[in-house]
Ligand binder design. Sequence first.
Ligand SMILES: Nc1ncnc2c1ncn2[C@@H]1O[C@H](COP(=O)(O)OP(=O)(O)OP(=O)(O)O)[C@@H](O)[C@H]1O
Ligand SMILES: [Mg+2]
Length: 417
Amino acid sequence: MTTLRAKLAMLIAVVIISVVSILTGVLVYLLNPPDERHALAPLADQVQLLAKVARVEPALAPIQQTPAEGAIETDVTLWLRETLEARGAPRDVVVSRNSQDMPMLSIAVEQGWLVTQITDLPPSVGVFNIISMWLGLIALGAIAIALFFANRMVKPLVLLERAIESVGPDALLPELAITGPAEARVAAEALNSLSSRLKVALESRMRLVAAAGHDLRTPITRMRLRAEFVENDDDRRMWLKDIDELAGIADSAILLVREDSGKSAPEPLRLDTLISDLVGELQTLSYDVTLIGSAQTIVRANRTSLNRAFRNLIINAATHGKRARIAVQSTSSQAHVVIDDDGPGIPPEVIGQVFEPFFRVHPARTKDIDGAGLGLTIAHEIVQRAGGSITIENGPLQGLLQVVKLPVDQTPQSAPA
Ligand SMILES: Nc1ncnc2c1ncn2[C@@H]1O[C@H](COP(=O)(O)OP(=O)(O)OP(=O)(O)O)[C@@H](O)[C@H]1O
Ligand SMILES: [Mg+2]
């Protein structure tokens, strides 16, 4: 009973049932139906009168040997007998309904049974039972109507809730439809505008990162020149190594915006071939990389960019995750590349930030794995631009599970290289 839907349904049902109950009570009071027992007094008069007629003028009375046929109205028969007894004129009587549903009165007289038709009787089930049934039916109807309208009223909120749940790691909301009641439309409009402002802010942050990378290039070149003149060989090597790393970070930052602007046209290409070539190349560079499955599949993307995206993901698995296992799978509409590893995974409290520029689990540089924290940001940009998605989660036992989904290229004339 904690959901808004249940509360609304309850409110609507309670309102309908209360209003109808009060109105029914007022109606019953105003119409004031006669009590069944009171209604029997004229019938008892009739019995006494007819019995008298049968005795005085038997020829006038329709006499037969048995009571009227049909279902006996037990309650009314019993009450009529009691009424006659109370009047000091006990008599055997039977009230029944014949096959045409007409109420019949059979009075025991000396010659047999005097049978006559009577006016309709008040229902023997009683007014209270009828009102209970009536209210029961109204309650059922009210609950059905209440559920229907409560469902309709909370539908926009359910849509908003689903939309908010579908916020990806890039913090962007899908465009919400502006429908439903005014409050839901206002909320959807506000969320849409928030989402688009967020998108603009994210894009400008990317551009800022790239601009910084670009501006770093000149001083890095100057530093390299100066480093060449360091006399001590060890010192010079160390300087040059650090400067190379700095240059790598600046290049990655610049790539972010290049990927973002997406000038190069996508082409149909064999994803399985691209991955197996990449795996071969990384193996020759001594990365621990294994291809464990390769289904033939064609996707549409920019070859160099897609290669870069998978290179970043696979190198992450082979370095941060110790060794990479890759499988290319394919359904009729989607290609999946599943990359898993044997590393420590990413702590759950920060896993939502993996696609942010410069995100590193351990921001202080580790001794053996250099990096800028831009590889995943770039891979994410590229895959999204190709119409796909990357999900990153910790494996059930250990390691990180990275799954890239890309739409399969359905164009019939596509002839991938
Ligand atoms: N397979 C993995 N296992 C464990 N941690 C990972 C894995 N992949 C990425 N990470 C964590 O996510 C961080 C961000 O990865 P990302 O590829 O963006 O940057 P990077 O590898 O540090 O540097 P580079 O820009 O050179 O790729 C990494 O620093 C690492 O802490
Ligand atoms: Mg990386």
